[in-house]
Design a protein around this ligand. Sequence first.
Ligand SMILES: [Zn+2]
Length: 158
Amino acid sequence: MKTKRTHPKPRRMPREGWTVAEVIDLLTLGEPPGTCDRCGRDDLRFIHLLDHRAWPESIVTGKCCAQRLTTDYDPTAEHALVLRARRRDRFPDLERWDISARGNPWIKYRGATVTVFPKEEGYACCVALDDDRTYRHGFKTVRDAKLAAFDALVDMLE
Ligand SMILES: [Zn+2]
């Protein structure tokens, strides 16, 4: 007689006691919107990675579900990311952008001088902050180069 093997019952995801490991802005990383592992909402720009000691892997949630699954939800990380994303989204369109004598867009921003210029098939950017200079290249549009400059500058300031 064959013994029927019983599959272990899938354990249920804990409903509390999670901690936020990381908050990520998917749009800034060029990633598609994320899906919440708790409620299934699938248009998340800012995802929370949650860990639980009794669960083998991290789960992805939006802010509301992160608040429900954690005990002391700290809004600071998401808030900082939202503010940074807002500044980043606005950066390419700031009215302070000027055009240099060579015809390249440039701006003074948070103590740095940012310049965008054509390079090979696309565009490059240079961020000069005190004695520090960062170059990034390979961007299809001026806007992409400006966004990359913003990210480079934030890295330099941190
Ligand atoms: Zn959710």
